[in-house]
Design a protein around this ligand. Structure first.
Ligand SMILES: Cc1ncc(C[n+]2csc(CCOP(=O)(O)OP(=O)(O)O)c2C)c(N)n1
Ligand SMILES: [Mg+2]
Length: 676
């Protein structure tokens, strides 16, 4: 048998170069490159291999290990899990920095290969720099923490272990039902140790990704169930996108007159304008989808994990006879909500179910409820798009269509497009009383009259329709799931499995690496920007242009809302200076985010009027390098809930009446929710 003498790290790099996947269109390279922040734990072992024989792998330099793993995750997510990046970090803090992003990838079921350096297998120099010593167990290192956030975990103590580890890594990285972060910890000494690897290990491997076919018996049972129902509702999850099943879902909805709501991961599988697309569903969903969800007698989940945001903590599907049917590649997710489960690929499942329903001549019993609900929501969207802070109060613009209003608002005679309606157009009803009182302070401190919903409408209208919008945390995912119209499939990239602040900008870089021809817009709150934006520098280094749309509302806005809605006072959720009373109650902080990014060499713009926003978007569009628009928006001008309950941990005992009231509401909400 032919053997090749290589170090562990060299064998790893050689193997990764030979991995291909075939999703039915022939073999495609699976591993695009390796993100790295080098340290003593990886620069001499894996670093040597990547320097001397990288093969086709591009080496990217990350700025923060969490950021680079987010970039790698977004790269794979935008590639619909057909291409991945590997990420290597040094031992100790460098590795630990990858943990949050590993969890983000795993929560979202996105493949990413993590290669943290590890302490010495021989233990000769122990404790090596950055080693954490557990007196009760010397085999535990920082990397054991990845066990909780990985779909596959291994540590290589001997060079020959690498072979089974890598074969298993590939199994999990290409698993359509159960993938996520794969962690292979590489002790510093073992990376450089050599072994005679059998040549066959490095043969080109094409991992054929087959679609799991539904069992005919399950399809028959599913068709029977649907046939007995009048008002079924489809839930379009991320699995629809990973299975390329958007068109199949749209056809299915039209053929049988079954409307569908979108989850954050499923949005943009089908264009927003499709006849049966109700838009966002659930806690961050809109009034239209949530109304129909409450009346559905059958919920058909396609490729969804049914998170609490989708189900309103299991309260949204309130019809007394509502039943559940699921199409999911994962038996685990298919079994949720005690559903009738069809374990299958989404596209294949819809195809088979379509045939079975056609045989039965099925059509739902909806009359014009769908159009009516959609029109009602459009009117609300128009209101949200036009809401301006005007003369000390909020006002709503009248308009005939959202796009029309966005145009009107985006035009220079915006002010004349705004009509005082006389009615309070509050966003967060529970705090409406504070609004008139607080808005002048907000407007003064931030020097703006812009509202978040208005800003989103303008951006949605003015950026190219094939541009990709990415978001992750704060109030933006909710506002975007409700208000954002995706006219081109695969243009909405929301990380809402972990909703990890800091994913937005790093993720935008990953998307741009996956789709260099398209414009990418990272929509990010001021809090999330502060938490992490360092891969903005990597975008300049790589000449991969990304656009940062920063909405500065001087605080952790959505958490401030949550806190105040549930009966508490504002505390440590607004960006206020420490006041004379010793609390964080002083003046709001004004931060020049544009100046911070300008220092990196990013093209920056400032906007506190619609006119400025409009011209900034135009200029940013023309820029060859990364841009940032620092948009000051009034706090509390995000959208509020549209009929979905969310189970949150309100205190059972409190001296505050408002908290006691919130707790009573928690109990009554729970009363209406399913318990499993
Ligand atoms: C890493 C991380 N830490 C904490 C949270 C909890 N959290 C969710 S949203 C949020 C505030 C976000 O603030 P900002 O980005 O300014 O968005 P806004 O709500 O103001 O629109 C926090 C702290 C989180 N999602 N991720
Ligand atoms: Mg904020």
């Amino acid at each position: 048998m032919e053997r090749i003498r290589l170090t562990t790290a060299q064998a790893l790099v050689k193997f990764l170069n030979e991995q291909y996947v075939d999703f039915g269109n022939g073999p495609e390279r699976f591993v695009e490159g390796v993100f790295t922040v080098f340290g003593h734990g990886n620069v001499l072992g894996l670093g040597q291999a990547l320097q001397e024989a990288p093969g086709e792998l591009t080496v990217y330099q990350g700025r923060n290990e969490q950021g680079m793993v987010h970039a790698a995750t977004a790269f794979a997510k935008q590639s619909r899990r057909r291409r991945i990046m590997a990420c290597t970090a040094s031992v100790g803090p460098g590795s630990a920095n990858m943990l949050t992003a590993a969890a983000t990838a795993t929560a979202n079921q996105i493949p990413v290969l993590l290669l943290p350096g590890d302490t010495y297998a021989t233990r000769q120099p122990d404790p090596v720099l950055q080693q954490m010593e557990h007196t009760h167990n010397l085999s535990i290192t920082v990397n054991d923490a990845f066990k909780a956030v990985s779909k596959y975990w291994d540590r290589i103590y001997r060079p020959e272990q690498l072979m089974t580890a890598l074969l298993n890594a590939m199994r999990v990285l290409t698993d359509q039902a159960d993938t996520g972060a794969v962690t292979i910890a590489l002790p510093q000494d073992v990376q450089g140790e050599a072994w005679d690897y059998p040549a066959g290990f490095f043969r080109r491997r094409v991992h054929k990704i087959t679609r799991r076919l539904p069992h005919p018996e399950e399809i028959e049972a599913a068709a029977e169930l649907i046939a007995g129902k009048q008002r079924p509702l489809l839930v379009c999850g991320g699995g629809v996108r990973y299975s390329d099943a958007g068109a199949a879902l749209r056809d299915f909805s039209e053929k049988f007159a079954i409307p569908f709501g979108e989850t954050q991961a499923g949005k943009s599988a089908v264009e927003s304008s499709a006849a049966y697309n109700l838009g966002g569903l659930g806690v961050t969903g809109n009034g239209c989808a949530n109304t129909l969800a409450a009346e559905a007698d059958l919920v058909i989940g396609v490729g969804t994990r049914f998170t609490d945001f989708t189900t309103g903590s299991k309260s949204l599907f309130a019809h007394p006879e509502a039943e559940f049917l699921t199409l999911n590649a994962s038996p685990y997710h298919a079994a949720k909500l005690d559903a009738l489960a069809v374990v299958c690929d989404a596209a294949e499942g819809l195809k088979a179910l379509s045939a079975a329903l056609e045989e039965r001549g099925y059509r739902s019993a909806y009359a014009d409820e769908i159009t009516q609900a959609k029109e009602k929501w459009q009117a609300e969207r128009v209101r949200l798009a036009g809401v301006e802070y005007h003369a000390g109060r909020t006002a709503a613009a009248n308009g005939t269509g959202t796009r029309a209003v966005a145009h009107a608002v985006a035009s220079s005679d915006a002010v004349s497009a705004v009509q005082e309606t006389g009615e309070q157009a509050a966003f967060v009803p529970e705090i409406a009383g504070h609004l008139d009182e607080k808005l002048p302070e907000y407007a003064e401190a931030l020097g703006t009259t812009l509202t978040q919903t208005q800003v989103l409408a303008v951006i949605n209208e003015l950026i190219p329709h094939d541009a990709i919008a990415i978001g992750a945390a704060g109030s933006l995912p909710g506002d975007m799931q409700r208000m954002w119209e995706s006219s081109v499939p695969e243009t909405y990239h929301m990380e809402y499995g972990f909703s990890c602040m800091g994913y937005e900008i790093a993720g935008a870089l990953g998307i741009k690496l996956a789709e260099p021809e398209r414009e990418v817009y990272a929509l990010v709150g001021d809090g999330s920007y502060q938490m992490m934006h360092s891969e903005l520098v990597t975008s300049l280094q790589e000449n991969k242009k990304i656009n940062v749309i920063l909405l500065d509302n001087a605080g952790f806005g959505c958490i401030n809302n949550l806190q105040m809605e549930q009966g508490l006072d504002s505390m440590a959720t607004e960006f206020r200076r420490r006041g004379k009373d010793g609390q964080l109650s002083g003046e709001l902080m004004y931060i020049d985010y544009a100046a911070s990014a300008a220092g990196y060499g990013v093209n920056t713009f400032r906007a506190s009027t619609v006119e400025q926003l409009r011209s900034a978007l135009e200029e940013a569009g023309k820029s060859e390098k990364s841009t940032l628009i620092d948009i000051k928006v009034l706090p509390k001008t995000m959208t509020h809930g549209y009929g979905a309950w969310w189970h949150v941990g309100v205190a059972e005992v409190s001296g505050k009446e408002t908290v006691q009231a919130a707790y009573a509401q928690r109990l009554s909400g729970l009363d209406k929710a399913r318990s499993y």
